[in-house]
Design a protein around this ligand. Structure first.
Ligand SMILES: Nc1ncnc2c1ncn2[C@@H]1O[C@H](COP(=O)(O)OP(=O)(O)OP(=O)(O)O)[C@@H](O)[C@H]1O
Ligand SMILES: [Mg+2]
Length: 338
């Protein structure tokens, strides 16, 4: 764990069933998810170790029921883990008192739930202002801030509506606005854009990236949508049966899948859009001539890769040569896509 680790999760388990703690103590090593199920238990989170760094956007992906929501709920101790440890800013969250936990959630964490979690008897404005009220902000400041974020999510004019008067996508936007209102340091978002139309979804992603560039929050973001993951993620964790199969950068996930499952999961992805020159700059030879930018994807470089005759093309990051890219290897990735 480095000094810049915000969330550190070590061998965490969350088992559902009649006596999870007792069961975990006697659990034979190597028991699979199905073995555990045969014993009458569900391994919502199965021996997960993962660190989240400050300012990082970690995206969690996996099929329905793979444990994404459960894992993120453990990070904020909405679930008590059955085994292992989770620390947030160096504090073991399982050792916090109820009061300390509420403080931590109120001051540091923002959450957007899959099920929206809106208060039905409060208007849009009062829902969004609610966490500010909990923080003890005065009414005027609350209202100003709430109006600002309501506008940001495109719900201007609906401040006085009640959740039941809104569509699913609109309710989701209220949930997003509410969590944005407090500008949390650590932000948990469970499929926040899933109920939005594609166009609004893309706008929200852009808005989200813009906010992230400005505020540099630590974010754990759950999504089913690989394109969304690729747009947003610094790293992607792929879950299956409660376990993290691989946690790595998008480039590494598509180039070097750790398991057969990850390979299958990512096989339809257009690698040329995901893999960047910087990652391919592995040759010991830096090449000569004009460099390409490390941040350019193979797709961005398609024309050059086809027309350039150099075997090794230099790659530069912030104007400095970082290595050479084997053009044939890059072309291979490009051709695979077609
Ligand atoms: N409170 C609970 N009690 C018992 N089992 C639970 C509970 N919460 C989750 N589970 C089980 O844990 C597993 C993981 O559920 P989870 O909600 O984390 O999946 P998910 O990856 O978020 O799925 P989705 O993509 O559908 O939201 C599932 O098998 C689920 O049935
Ligand atoms: Mg879920």
């Amino acid at each position: 764990m480095s000094a810049d680790t915000v969330i550190s999760c070590k061998n965490a388990w969350k088992i559902f069933g009649p006596d999870p703690e007792g069961y975990l103590k006697t659990l034979p090593a190597g028991h699979s998810f199905d073995d555990i199920r045969a014993d009458g238990y569900i391994a919502g989170v199965k021996d997960v170790s993962i660190d989240v760094s400050r300012g990082e956007m970690l995206v969690i992906m996996g099929l329905s029921g793979s444990g994404k929501s459960t894992l993120v709920r453990c990070f904020s101790r909405l679930h008590d883990i059955t085994g292992g440890t989770i620390t947030v800013e160096g504090q073991d969250i399982m050792s916090l008192s109820e009061k300390e936990l509420i403080e931590l959630r109120r001051n540091k964490m923002g959450m957007v739930f899959q099920s929206f979690g809106l208060l039905p008897h409060r208007s849009v404005l009062d829902n969004v202002a609610f966490p500010l009220e909990m923080r003890g902000q005065d009414k005027h400041a609350r209202r100003e801030r709430a109006l600002e974020v309501i506008k940001l999510v495109g719900l201007e004019g609906r401040e006085d509506y009640f959740p039941r008067e809104l569509s699913g996508g609109q309710q989701q936007r209220v949930g997003i606005a509410r969590s944005l209102a407090i500008e949390p340091d650590i932000w948990f978002l469970d499929e926040p854009f899933s109920a939005l139309d594609p166009l609004i979804r893309r706008e929200m992603q852009d808005e989200f990236l813009r906010l992230q560039a400005m505020l540099g929050k630590t974010i754990v973001f759950i999504t089913h949508d690989f394109d969304e993951a690729l747009r947003l993620a610094d790293r992607i964790a792929i879950m299956k049966d409660g376990a993290v199969e691989q946690c790595d950068t998008p480039d590494q996930i598509v180039l070097n899948p750790a398991t057969e499952y990850v390979r299958k999961f990512t096989e339809d992805i257009d690698k040329a859009r995901v893999v960047h020159a910087g990652v391919l700059a592995t040759s010991s030879d830096n090449g000569t001539g004009d460099p390409v930018d490390a941040k350019a994807s193979v797709q961005d470089l398609a024309r050059l890769l086809v027309q350039d005759t150099r075997a090794i093309i230099p790659v530069a990051s912030d104007g400095k040569i970082v290595g050479g890219m084997d053009r044939a290897a890059a072309l291979e990735i490009l051709l695979e896509a077609s």
